[in-house]
Design a protein. Structure first.
Length: 303
């Protein structure tokens, strides 16, 4: 099936906060499927959630500034095409109930996805990006930090809480790039309660840790899976490092002590400067209690 023809209509169920969705039969339990970059398919409570859709392929997968280069901050970065290095594994479904955006940079919401998505599909975005996403024609809703949406599904309930995602440890650069969203996704079904913390493109800085404590998931064992965004993007560029490296992600995981860690936002694009190997090395050296999950793109994992 041509993936550009997959999604033609959104779903129809009731989300508190004014978002529509669909009721359908589905397999019980929770699964995640990494599709490259920051893109995930999450199946939970009988619902299908798509995160940070990026569908471009080949040498010109998406167009964006290059944060790995030096440039005049007053003039902005060099806008150019960026290559996808791995094959796109394809989508499982022709419809999704909800899209979650951590932020609207093109390596998180690329031009191919913008052309492909039904503009009426329910979408949650950071407050910082709401106007820009709506200007592109999407019926997006902002989810403010600390705000929660409860979504009734055919197999249970999703509770999605927005947490701050801070794009740089440098406060001035973080302000320039704007605050994004991470999401705490809690899934309550007949099988119990599962918690996913999908961090967004963020570092472990005080506002993030404070929000995790407020959400009552900063204590050991309270998260089923932590999804950090790696890549070490920025490096010696004008903005400095704007995505975590493996050592920083390992330190973040050590603070949270989740049951498992699924690193994303690495290896897929030439833009990324580091894969999961450094995180894997730190995991082996630290011998922590959490399990490191590094599936190939397209493989489905179950909680």
């Amino acid at each position: 099936m041509n993936r550009r023809q997959l999604l033609k209509s959104g779903a129809a169920l009731t989300l508190s906060g004014g978002l529509p969705a669909v009721v359908r039969a589905a397999q019980p339990g929770v699964s995640l499927r990494w599709l490259g970059g920051a893109m995930l398919e999450i199946e939970a409570a009988g619902l299908r959630v798509l995160t940070d859709p990026c569908l471009g392929e080949g040498a010109e997968a998406f167009v964006m500034g290059d944060p790995n280069e030096m440039f005049d901050l007053a003039r902005g970065p060099n806008i150019k095409s960026h290559a996808r290095l791995t094959p796109f594994p394809g989508l499982r479904y022709d419809r999704y109930d909800l899209v979650l955006l951590s932020h609207a940079h093109e390596d998180y919401f690329d031009q191919a996805a913008q052309a492909w998505l039904d503009p009426q599909l329910p979408m949650l975005v950071p407050q910082h990006d709401l106007a820009a996403v709506r200007q592109k024609g999407f019926a997006a809703s902002a989810l403010a930090h600390g705000e929660m949406r409860r979504i009734e599904g055919p197999e249970g309930v999703l509770r999605i809480t927005a947490l701050p995602a801070v794009h740089s440890e440098n406060p001035e650069v973080a302000r320039l790039l704007g605050l994004g969203n991470g999401y705490l996704i809690e899934v309550e079904t007949a099988f119990g309660l599962a918690r996913i913390y999908w961090a967004g493109d963020s570092f472990l800085v005080p506002p993030v840790w404070q929000a995790l404590r407020a959400a009552q998931v900063a204590e050991a064992g309270l998260l089923d899976i932590f999804v950090p965004h790696l890549g070490a993007v920025g490096g010696a560029g004008a903005l400095g490092q704007i995505s975590m490296d493996g050592a920083q992600a390992a330190g973040f995981a050590q603070q949270l002590e989740p049951q498992a860690v699924l690193p994303i936002h690495h290896s897929t694009y030439a833009l990324y400067r580091e894969g999961p190997e450094v995180l894997r090395q730190h995991h082996e050296e630290l011998a922590p209690r959490w399990r490191l999950r590094t599936p190939p793109e397209g493989e489905r994992i179950h909680l």
